[in-house]
Design a protein around this ligand. Sequence first.
Ligand SMILES: C[S@@+](CC[C@H](N)C(=O)[O-])C[C@H]1O[C@@H](n2cnc3c(N)ncnc32)[C@H](O)[C@@H]1O
Length: 207
Amino acid sequence: MDFGSGKSYLTFALYHYLRIEKGLDIRVTGLDLKKEVIEECQQIADDLQYDQLEFLVGDINDYNEETSVDMVVTLHACDVATDMALARAVKWGAKVILSVPCCQHELNTQLNSPSLDLMLQHGLVKERFAALATDSIRAELLKLVGYEAKLLEFIEIENTPKNILIRAYFTGKKPTSEEQSKYREFVNFLHAKPFLENELKGYLETF
Ligand SMILES: C[S@@+](CC[C@H](N)C(=O)[O-])C[C@H]1O[C@@H](n2cnc3c(N)ncnc32)[C@H](O)[C@@H]1O
């Protein structure tokens, strides 16, 4: 599943690599809000006779058509659209998540930590800090629900400054109480109320 697939370069490349080159028996779906772009992508898939590749118009938050998905990818899905995708992946029990976030606004508006005022007084620094803290929170939340999660540079910064990849594999490993309290300490310190934490509330309590 490619959430927020847009013009779908990644979706086509993934399908081509996994199904055509590697010969894996997979289906790929690209989902996006933009009807015209999705129709165009479906036409290209039909022309190429990529019969296990489909494109759907829809909102990640409302997407309920699959009961289980092995891998969820996102490339620059705007703001909390990345979190919606991560939450959906966890709820499906996806084995692999590869997610490159985009712009980040949520934490930027919540950040309130006087010890950080020296940094946060500068809009530019605040914006970058909020983005990095958000990705750290995302990776940590994935760890707390059984994923091994790492933040990596997937491409050189000259190509795009939005070059952090959240790579997560499901292992089922339970978090330690120290990991849980470190997470809580961090979000409390920032006054953060992460969308993803709210989405995963039930999983965090029972995992
Ligand atoms: C910056 S574009 C990236 C498109 C593509 N992944 C790429 O890298 O070329 C972000 C895409 O996410 C889509 N998007 C944003 N919020 C969404 C949501 N809630 N549900 C589905 N798609 C969403 C937008 O319509 C847009 O096409």
